[in-house]
Design a protein around this ligand. Sequence first.
Ligand SMILES: [Zn+2]
Length: 182
Amino acid sequence: MNIITFTKHKLPLRYSFLIPNQASMETHDFSFTYSTLALTELPMCLQDAVRRAEEESCRAYAPYSGFQVGAAVLLSDGTLVGGNNQENAAYPSGLCAERVALFHANATYPDKEPIAIAIVARRDGLVVPHPVPPCGSCRQVLLESEKRYGHPIQVLLYDGRDVTLLSCVHDLLPLSFSDTIL
Ligand SMILES: [Zn+2]
C-alpha cells in the first residue's frame, strides 16, 4: 500500500509576503491510497483490460512524440473498448488514448457504465517500465464519466510487470471543476 499526501509547499523566503495571516487560516489535507500488485493477482476481466491496453498501444499513431499509449475501458457487462493516442501535425488536434477509448465507449455503448480503464505506454516498441497516469484533461473527462454513471472507475497503470491500481478517478482530481459550479 502506498499513500500519497499533498502537503503545503514551503515558499522561498523572498516570497514571504505571500504568506497569509495564519492565526485564522483553515487548512485542509488530502490523501488517497493506491495499490501495486502483480498483473496475475488481478481478476481475469481486469487482466484482459490490461492486455487489451497493451495491444492498443502498438497501434497508436504517435509519429511526433514516439510515445505510444494504449487504453482499454471495461464496461459493466464485460465489454472492452480500446483506444490509443492519435497525434496530429497540428499538435493540439491530437487526442490521448484514454479519451479516445472513453469517448468511443460512451458513443457506442451509452447505456453501459465504464467500471475500469487500463493504461499502458510504449516507447521504442517497449512498454514504459513505470506507471503512466492519465493527464489532467483525461482525468477531467474520466471524472465526468464517473459522475454521469454514478459509479467509480478503477484506473490500472501497467508498467510491464506490475499494475498500479487506483480505486477511482476522483482521487486523482481533487477540487475538480464540475457542473455544480456552472
Ligand atoms: Zn490525456
